[in-house]
Each structure stands twice: as structure tokens, then as C-alpha cells.
Ligand binder design. Structure first.
Ligand code: GLN
Length: 474
């Protein structure tokens, strides 16, 4: 049976046309059949059957009862290990559940497994994972493509029909870019909308949880379930979470959509610019007013991000010392030696690069020149958005400068890899929400995504516009 959406599966369940057990079995079978894509770091059918017994006892009116969900392996889960894609957390079994995953458990969802990711979410191709690359399910035969990153496993799981929704985290684009590469919907909400509690930290002032799904309605259902205030995360916002899915409204009459000139960058394919143009025309046809805008500090976003994110990472990752968590090197002669060996053997190349950059930009003498300067520029970037949103409701841009690239294409060139984030990083620095939805395909038939941004806590407006645009491809 083909399950297209959360609401369709819920109706089948409510009408007793399918049981939670049958859903679980269907997805277990599918996951086993797609094993070669390396989408899951952890998958255990016995664990799924254990959950089914619990879920069957829950009331039927729970929003996500029986809905198969994949969890990025950066979220701590009580009944499944959590690795963050790193050797240093290999076989780490958290004793608690993250805020976001607890909410999904409480609503009765089935966790089908923990998905692959770039090590500690650092990357754009799910190729820095200790557990190997994830292959994009849309790859053709001999040319395996990347699923994007860092939440590449989650995006691929939705695209390959191995779940109906998945959690992700987005620090500089890690939900939106893989969503674009895999042809699914991915939303990064406003910073602070979903608690970071229980998510392995990468860059705490940027990290934000969000979701992947097959359509906009499902994304709105999932986000309203995982959002909410949490005292254990001091940056968690205490705001009322609207019922996004019930309020979905495709009307764009009178809405003003900004098109930033800085998002026309060299190297972006004509096809992507074409898809952007199509979406602009469609918005106009649906009653929106198009406004050409400028976000003048956009060009500084990538260098700013690649100072702030590694700085915070170098501090956050100091906790992995072989004492408290996971892996510990065995052949050490002293305590210092143990720290050194554990971190040298436990972290991969990209994580080490970030720790080195981060330590450098935070060190005495360089702090003012790099870290402090980057913080100031971050403020300017955020102010650009605030100014634009004084007379625009939304901003429309491409999600990424290319479609999914070959698995190892940018592997040896970190700068090329970092350039991938050019359209996603500015919104992360500003803490504003953004969605990527599939909108057209390139000549090879690969999906291309467009990104909608809005001001803080304006997820509803984003969902509404995405819902309207999605109809062009129904
Ligand atoms: N690609 C970006 C990086 O490597 C963003 C990653 C993310 O959002 N987690 O830092």
C-alpha cells in the first residue's frame, strides 16, 4: 500500500483498515529492502515491535498514533543509541529522551530508526559520518548522488518512503539543503521555537530542530507537535504555538514577497534560476505582490558563519574527553595522553578542522579580529532582514546553488562544500524561519528546491505560501 500523508494514514487507522502493527511491518520491510542506501545508523526491528505494543495501548485520537517517524541520530533517545555520526559516541546509550523526540513519543509515533548525518552535523553531504555516506534514493544506477547534509539520512528516509516524517536539525542549512536534494519538504523554524534539550550541540546559538515530510500539511502537523517552551533550554521561547495545520490558507492576496538581488550568485545553474523565476510568476498569479529587495550584508554571511559555528563547536565539543561519554582510547600512559588520544582517534577530519578553526578564532589576540567582528557582522545581517520585513511578508530564494551532486564530488575541498550553504546560512544567522519545498526538476530529473523565509515566529505565513506553491505540482 502506498501511504502518501500523515492524514491519509491516520484515516486508514481510524477506520480500522490497517493496524499499528501492520504499518510497522510495512516500514520494516521497506527499510530492509533499501539497506544499501545507508540511511539508518540504527535500525532494529525488535525495538520497533516493542514500541508497537506500547503504542497499541494509546488512545486513537493522538495526532501521530502509528505514524512512522525517522529520527536524526543527533537527538538523544532512551531506547536507541545516539552517535551524532561520530566514533566518539559510538555505542553511547543516553539515559534520557530529547524534548523533541519525547513529544513525538507522547503523540504515539513509531520511531523506525536513527538516521545518518554528518559527524556532529558538520557538513553538507552526509559524508563526514563515521558510518559512511548516505546515498540519495533518487540516484540513477552507477552515479550515486549525495542526499545533502547534515540531515541527509532523514531527508533520504522520507524520499525513499521509509517513514512519513523525520526530525532534523539545521545550524546553517542542514534541513533545507538535504530537503532540496531529496525532493521533500524541510522546515527550520525560528531559533528557539523547538527546545534544543537532548540534542548533541554543534553551534548552540544557531542549532534548531525541525522536520522533513512529504508535503507542507504534514510538515505543519509535525512542527506544531514538536514546538513548545522548555525550561531546560534557556533559549527556548515561551510563545503560543499556533495550530499551523488547521490554519493553513493558500490565499496570497495582498502578500508582499521580497526577491533579494544578492541571491543571484555566480555558479548557480540556469535551471535553478529558472525554477526561482517560475515560483515568482506563480506567486504573482496567485495575488502576491513581488518586491525587489536588497540584503546588502549577505556576502559576509558565509565567512561569518564559518567563524561563529566553529567557535561554538570548539567549545561544545570540549566535553568529549573519554571520561564522561562514549569512546575512550586504550593505549594511554597518562590522563593528558588519554584525552589527546581519545580526541585524535574519536573525531573525524572535518570535526577536527572545525575545532582548530574555532580555537584559533577564539584565542587571545585573534578573538577581537575574528570572533567579535563576526558577531558584529551577524547583527548587520540580522538587521538587513528586519528592515526588509518591515514591508515584506516573505522572501523567496533558491534553497541551494545546485541539485544533488555526486557522492564524492566536493569531498576533498572544504571551501567548495561550504559554498553550498550560501543561500541557507543568512537566515540561520538571523534566527528566522525558512522552509524548502521541491519546485521543479533539472534536465536530469533531479528535484530543485525553493526557499521561503519570514520574520521570527511567522511560520504560519511560510506554511501558507508553501502550501499555495505546492499546488502547482499536484
Ligand atoms: N553545512 C553547514 C556546516 O557544515 C551547515 C550544517 C548544519 O546546518 N548542521 O556547518
Amino acid at each position: 500500500m502506498d501511504f502518501k500523508s500523515i492524514s491519509q494514514l491516520k484515516s486508514l487507522l481510524n477506520e480500522n483498515k490497517i493496524s499499528v502493527k501492520e504499518i510497522a511491518e510495512t516500514y520494516i520491510k521497506r527499510i530492509k529492502e533499501k539497506k544499501e542506501l545507508n540511511i539508518f545508523i540504527y535500525f532494529n526491528d525488535d525495538k520497533i515491535h516493542e514500541q508497537v505494543k506500547e503504542i497499541e495501548r494509546l488512545p486513537n485520537d493522538l495526532t501521530l498514533k502509528g505514524i512512522p517517524i525517522a529520527v536524526k541520530d543527533l537527538f538523544c533517545t532512551k531506547n536507541m543509541p545516539t552517535t551524532a555520526g561520530s566514533k566518539i559516541l559510538n555505542n553511547f546509550e543516553p539515559s534520557y529522551e530529547s524534548f523533541v523526540t519525547q513529544k513525538l513519543v507522547d503523540q504515539g509515533s513509531i520511531f523506525v530508526g536513527k538516521t545518518n548525518l554528518d559527524e556532529f552535523a558538520m557538513g553538507s553531504a552526509t559524508n563526514t559520518s563515521y558510518f559512511g555516506n548516505t546515498i540519495n534514493p533518487l540516484s540513477k544506477n552507477d552515479n550515486p548522488l549525495t542526499s545533502g547534509g547534515s540531515s541527509g539520512g532523514s531527508a533520504a528516509a522520507v524520499a525513499a518512503d521509509l517513514c512519513l516524517g523525520a526530525t532534523g536539525t539545521d545550524t546553517g542549512g542542514s534541513i533545507r539543503q538535504p530537503a532540496s536534494f531529496c525532493g521533500v519538504v524541510g522546515i527550520k523554524p525560528t531559533y528557539g521555537l523547538c527546545s534544543r534539550w537532548g540534542i548533541a550541540a554543534f553551534a548552540s546559538s544557531l542549532d534548531q530542530a525541525g522536520v522533513f515530510s512529504k508535503n507542507v500539511t504534514d510538515a505543519s502537523i509535525l512542527l506544531e507537535e514538536i514546538a513548545g517552551h522548555d525550561q531546560r533550554d534557556s533559549t527556548s521561547s515561551n510563545v503560543q504555538i499556533p495550530s499551523y495545520s488547521k490554519n493553513l490558507n493558500p490565499s496570497l492576496d495582498g502578500k508582499v514577497v521580497g526577491i533579494p538581488k544578492e541571491y543571484t550568485v555566480e555558479g548557480t545553474s540556469d535551471e535553478i534560476n529558472g525554477v526561482w523565476e517560475d515560483a515568482i510568476k506563480s506567486l504573482e498569479k496567485k495575488g502576491a505582490k513581488i518586491k525587489h529587495i536588497s540584503l546588502p550584508h549577505t556576502k559576509y554571511a558565509l565567512p561569518t558563519y564559518y567563524i561563529i559555528a566553529p567557535a561554538e563547536a570548539s567549545s561544545n565539543l570540549a566535553r568529549y574527553d573519554g571520561v564522561k561519554y562514549g569512546f575512550r582510547a586504550t593505549d594511554s600512559k597518562s590522563l593528558d595522553d588519554m584525552y589527546e588520544l581519545t580526541r585524535s582517534e574519536g573525531f573525524g577530519k572535518e570535526v577536527k578542522r572545525r575545532i582548530l578553526i574555532g580555537t584559533y578564532v577564539l584565542s587571545a589576540g585573534y578573538y577581537d579580529a575574528y570572533y567579535l567582528k563576526a558577531q558584529k557582522v551577524r547583527k548587520l545581517i540580522a538587521n538587513d532582514f528586519l528592515e526588509v520585513f518591515s514591508d515584506c511578508d516573505l522572501i523567496l530564494t533558491p534553497t541551494a546553488p545546485s541539485a544533488a551532486f555526486l557522492l564524492n564530488e566536493k569531498q576533498d575541498d572544504p571551501i567548495k562544500m561550504y559554498l553550498n550553504d550560501v543561500f541557507t546560512v543568512p537566515a540561520s544567522l538571523a534566527g528566522i524561519p525558512g522552509i524548502s519545498i521541491p519546485y521543479g526538476k533539472d534536465k536530469q530529473g533531479l528535484p530543485l528546491g525553493i526557499q521561503l523565509l519570514s520574520k521570527h515566529y511567522n511560520e504560519q505565513e511560510i506554511f501558507n505560501a508553501a502550501f499555495a506553491l505546492e499546488k502547482d505540482y499536484e
